[in-house]
Structure formats: structure tokens, C-alpha cells
Design a protein around this ligand. Structure first.
Ligand SMILES: [Zn+2]
Length: 338
């Protein structure tokens, strides 16, 4: 072979090698495949301010109707007021009427009130409280008064007051998420030391008949007795059983917001409350914010199921601690930072 042929062969070899290199598929490691174009992170949503005076006024207004015992004029008047408030705050409201049989045999004409924000949004959080009040004061020290209905400022009134203020805030501050607020009826007409199923009839009704077929949400938060001075919200057993991450994140958030004296890390046993039935009868996982004092015989406030459950036990700072924390959970959930 002469020099020219060798040179030509060399060139062909180089071209072939280069060509081969170009046509080979690039080697991509599995790790590299996972690197996708950077997603746009949602900007942090601003958490609006909870107005404690407003919440307090909503509790006061309920108590002024008188005891909200089903089948009474005060119950009906309060219902109409609650529905009108939710409407005025821009919610889409459902009044779900149903009959509920109490343990005494009484048929209650009952209504669950459901206020929806952004009903078309797939991502939702459910908030709840009960709006009825107990028909007797069976734990009153004065036995003569035990047969009379109680004012229910904290037991019923406080949770509803906080949720009304949250509804007002939601109406004024757009949130990129769905929020449902359910006020359950006939929670507190159950049999003392009786069958657990005699309690929380509204929650049981909703669990069997949700307001939207196949209704789903991220989680639910129940508020019950959230307004008394020095309230102590423990990590309740039923809540920890179904949604420990939600409880732990929320309690940590509350602590970071300066409300650690209310949201304490102690764990207490599961109690019968609306969430008890929701967690067993529906696909919602619901936690309970409820006052569990350390040093009372019943494990509830000294005023519990007595005539002392009036406006004197309601404290604005407690209402704000709960309401501001729940608002933070909502708006942080909407931007994915909860
Ligand atoms: Zn009660």
C-alpha cells in the first residue's frame, strides 16, 4: 500500500469513528431522567388575620337566642341566622334537613348546615362544629336545675363562632383550595353514660349521606369547646389514630405561632365526639380540637354540661389562638406549605 492509500484509509476510519460516535444514543443514567424542568413553586399564600372580637360577637349572638335545643323556636331562629351569615360571607350553603330519633324517643327536626367555598376545587379541607346545645344540665351541682337546657356558650357556641369568623375571612380573602364548613345538629342530645350511638346524630347522618356523592377531602378538623380561658387542647386519641401527621404538624405550627400554651403535646384518650363517628362511618379523617383540662373530674371544663357554660367562660384570646391556627393550616395547605 502506498502512503496515499494509507492516508485515505486513515481518514475513512476517523470519519467512521466520528460518525459512530454521533449516531450512538447518549448514555442517560436513571438519575438523570428524573431531572425534569424545574416546576414553578406556588408563591406562599398570605394568612389573613382572625378577628377575635368578631368571633366573640358570634358566640354572644348564639347564646342570646337561648339554648339551641332541637324542636325549639330558639333553635330555628339561630339556624336562620347562621344560614344568613354564611350567605352574606359568600358561601354556597346547603341546609340538610333530617329527622333524628333521640334516646328518649323524641323525633328531632334537625338540620346540618353546610357552607362551601370553591365547591369545584378538587383539593378540600373540612371544618366542623356542632351548633345545637344540650337539652339538660345533667352535671350541674344544683340538682333542681339539671333538667333545664344549658346556655352552651363554649359547648357548641365557641366552635360555631370561630367557624363563622373563618367563613367571613374566607369570603374576603381568596383561597386556592376548597373549604367546607359543616355545622352538625343534634350532637349533644345523647344519653349520659348511655349508648354512644345516642350522641352526634347529625355527624352520623352526614357520614351516611354526604352532601356531595363520593365526597372527599384532605382531612377534617372538628372544633368543640374552643373558647374558654386557659383551654388545653391535647393530642386526642381518636385524632392521633387516624391522622397523627396532621395533629403533629398543626400543634407544631400553633406552637411556632405562640399558642403552645393552648396546643399542648400531652396525649389523651379518645372521646365520643362528632369526629368519632365521621372517622368510623365516612372516608374523612377528622381530628378534634377540644378542651381537656388536667384537673377536673369529668376531664372537661368545670362548666361542662352545667348552667355555668355561659359567656363568662368565653375568652377572646383563646378564640383567636384556635381561629388563627386553623386559618394558617388552611392557607398554608392551599400553597402546599402545611
Ligand atoms: Zn356537650
Amino acid at each position: 500500500m502506498n502512503k496515499h492509500i494509507l492516508k485515505a484509509l486513515g481518514c475513512i476510519l476517523v470519519i467512521l469513528l466520528l460518525g459512530a460516535c454521533k449516531s450512538d444514543p447518549p448514555v442517560v443514567k436513571d438519575d438523570d431522567k428524573k431531572v425534569v424542568t424545574p416546576t414553578k413553586k406556588k408563591p406562599h399564600a398570605k394568612v389573613p388575620r382572625f378577628n377575635r372580637d368578631s368571633a366573640y360577637a358570634y358566640v354572644e349572638k348564639q347564646v342570646a337566642f337561648g339554648p339551641r335545643v332541637p324542636n325549639t323556636a330558639a333553635h330555628t331562629a339561630c339556624k336562620n341566622w347562621l344560614v344568613s351569615k354564611f350567605n352574606s360571607f359568600g358561601a354556597e350553603v346547603i341546609e340538610d334537613d333530617f329527622d333524628a330519633k333521640g334516646y328518649t324517643g323524641t323525633i328531632y327536626k334537625a338540620t346540618n348546615i353546610i357552607a362551601q367555598y370553591n365547591p369545584g376545587h378538587a383539593k378540600r379541607i373540612l371544618l366542623a362544629a356542632h351548633w345545637d346545645t344540650r337539652f339538660i344540665g345533667d352535671y350541674d351541682k344544683d340538682t333542681a336545675k339539671q333538667k333545664d337546657p344549658i346556655p352552651g356558650a363554649d359547648d357548641g357556641g365557641s366552635g360555631v363562632g370561630v367557624l363563622l369568623e373563618i367563613a367571613r375571612v374566607l369570603g374576603e380573602n381568596n383561597i386556592d383550595m376548597g373549604v367546607d364548613i359543616i355545622l352538625f345538629d343534634v350532637e349533644d342530645q345523647g344519653e349520659g353514660k348511655g349508648a354512644e350511638a345516642s350522641w352526634c346524630l347529625g355527624a352520623q347522618h352526614w357520614s351516611k349521606n354526604p352532601h356531595v356523592p363520593g365526597y372527599r377531602n384532605e382531612f377534617g378538623i372538628l372544633l368543640d369547646m374552643v373558647g374558654s380561658k386557659g383551654a388545653r387542647f391535647t393530642r386526642e386519641g381518636g385524632s392521633m389514630a387516624v391522622a397523627p401527621q396532621v395533629v403533629n404538624k398543626m400543634w407544631k405550627l400553633a406552637k411556632n405561632m405562640g399558642y403552645g400554651n393552648y396546643f399542648v403535646m400531652d396525649q389523651t384518650r379518645e372521646i365520643i365526639d362528632d369526629h368519632y363517628f365521621v372517622n368510623r362511618m365516612s372516608n374523612t379523617k377528622m381530628i378534634d380540637i377540644i378542651n381537656r383540662p388536667a384537673n377536673t373530674q369529668t376531664g372537661f371544663g368545670h362548666y361542662w354540661h352545667t348552667h355555668d357554660d355561659d359567656m363568662d367562660v368565653i375568652n377572646k384570646t383563646t378564640l383567636r389562638a384556635v381561629g388563627q391556627t386553623v386559618l394558617a393550616v388552611l392557607y398554608r395547605s392551599s400553597d402546599g406549605s402545611f
